[in-house]
Design a protein. Structure first.
Length: 254
């Protein structure tokens, strides 16, 4: 059995694409949504209406009451630990994938027969679907027996630390895509004001310059890539037009 748990924030269109692309490859999908952003702002439950468009046989929706503790990381810990709880009692031989909504694994190349756990090193696409940034450690996957007792929040923090030279909590395999801050400028600003990295809020003017010129906040230029390296949902031009730097495929124009 393949089970996935998604830590969902407010990226509804990203979730729509993900369900279209990846739902057929899992036996059960758990979506855990807080009614507050990690910065503590009320947002309501955004995924519920979208989920009704898809098969209810596989999807398990878990709305939780978010925290407004004054500490964004503490609020995030509540959300991620709730994700861990909903999959804590699966049998040892279950293959479990822990991911954010913008972390898309690749079914064709992910080995779901392994007995241990892995960190997925993903192709990071930033701001636009066809802008490749770098490889980045992101999602976590593995046998339930190997993940038993894992603190998802602490492990995710360790994964992020490994991006800066720390030791990954599990062995690393290359798989999938991290579609980070994809969309219009309004989408990007909403994310910056919602996630735990509050240090970026005073940098919004600088980040807008990055968004408009195709580079990160350190000046690293993104690489323009073709759509053939993306999941078929995006390669076929099914995402909103503003998600692409170059025009969507002609056959997909509305």
């Amino acid at each position: 059995m393949i089970v996935e748990v998604i830590c969902f924030g407010n990226a509804v269109e990203m979730l729509r694409g993900r369900l279209n692309q990846l739902l057929p490859f899992v036996d059960r999908l758990h979506i855990v949504e807080s009614d507050k952003t990690h910065t503590g702002h009320p947002k309501g439950y955004l995924a519920a209406n979208l989920i009704r468009e898809f098969s209810q046989q596989k999807i398990y929706y878990h709305p939780i009451v978010g925290w407004d503790s004054g500490d964004a990381w503490n609020n995030e810990s509540n959300h991620r630990r709730a994700c861990g709880k909903v999959v804590a009692n699966y049998p040892d031989d279950t293959f479990i994938i822990y991911a954010d909504v913008d972390e898309w694994w690749e079914p064709e190349s992910l080995d779901t027969t392994i007995d241990d756990a892995v960190v997925l090193n993903m192709r990071k696409h930033h701001f636009k679907l066809d802008w490749f940034h770098k490889m980045e450690l992101a999602a976590i996957a593995g046998r339930a027996s190997a993940l038993r007792g894992m603190d998802y929040y602490a492990t995710k923090i360790a994964v992020c630390g490994a991006r800066e030279g720390g030791v990954p909590p599990y062995r690393v395999v290359n798989n999938g895509w991290h579609f980070s801050s994809i969309g219009s400028w309004a989408d990007v600003e909403r994310k910056v004001r919602s996630f735990s990295h509050t240090e970026f809020v005073p940098m919004l003017d600088q980040i807008r310059g990055c968004y408009e010129n195709g580079h990160d906040h350190l000046g690293v230029k993104f690489t323009q890539v073709g759509l053939d390296c993306l999941p078929s949902y995006f390669a076929d031009g099914r995402a909103p037009a503003e998600w692409y730097h170059l025009p969507k495929p002609p056959q997909s124009q509305e």
